[in-house]
Design a binder for this molecule. Sequence first.
Ligand code: E4P
Length: 243
Amino acid sequence: MSGQALTGLFLDTGRPEEIRKYHALGIIRGVTTNPTILVKDGVVGGWEGIEARCTQIARMVEPLPVSVEVTAGDPDEMREQARRFRAWAPNLNVKIPIHSPDGGTDYLRLVHELETQEDIRVNVTAMMSAQQGLLAAMAGATYVSLFAGRVNNMGYDGRQELRRLRQLLDAFGSPAKIIAGSTREALNIIEWFEAGADIVTVVPQLIDTMLVHPYSKETVRQFLADGRTLEREGLRPNLAGAR
Ligand code: E4P
C-alpha cells in the first residue's frame, strides 16, 4: 500500500435504488458505470435516457464522482460526448478506453486534451497492464482503471499489475488514482487495496458478502434473545430490596 490516502469503494452499477441504499450506509466514495452496465440496468430512450439516468445518479451522490463512458469510437465524437457529460453535472467524469478496438493510439491524445485544455476529469478504462496504466497517468488522466478481474480471467494475477503500477506512479509522483475494476469475489477487494489500488469498483452483492457473516448473525441473535430476557427480568418486583 502507498503512503497516500486511499479513496475507497466505487459502486459499479447504474441502478438508482442500489446507489441510494449503499450511499446511505456511508461506505461508497463514487460510482462507475459503462455502456454494458447501463444496458443491463435498463437504460432506454437513447441520449435522453442516458442523460436522465446519469444526471439522476450524479445528483444522488453529489459531490462524489460518477464515471460515464463514451459510446462512440471516433475521437471527435468522444470529445463532444465528454463535453456533454460535463454540462449535465459537474461531478460526472468521462471514461475513455485506453485505445481503440483495433489498437489505434489517438485516444490518449484525447485524454491529454480533455484533462489539460478542457478541465474535464478522465477515467481511462479497459486497461489490463501496469504499462498501460503508466501511459494513461503520464497523459494526465485523473483515474486509471485496471481491470484486475479480467486479468485474472486470462490466467494472470491482477495484483502483480496493480503492485507494479502503484510503484511506478509513486516513483513518478503521479497524482493519478488507481482504480481496480472487474471484481469477481469479495476477497478481491481487500487484496487489491493491499496491492496498491486507491479505489476498487464493487457490485452491490459483493458489499453484502463483505458485510454479512454467519457467526455475526448468530451472535446478534443471541444478544437479542438475552436482551429480551433482561427486559422481562426488569419488570419483576425487586424482592431483594423489599426484605
Ligand atoms: C469498472 O470501471 C468497470 O465498469 C467494471 O468493473 C468492469 O467490470 P466487468 O469486467 O465485470 O465488466
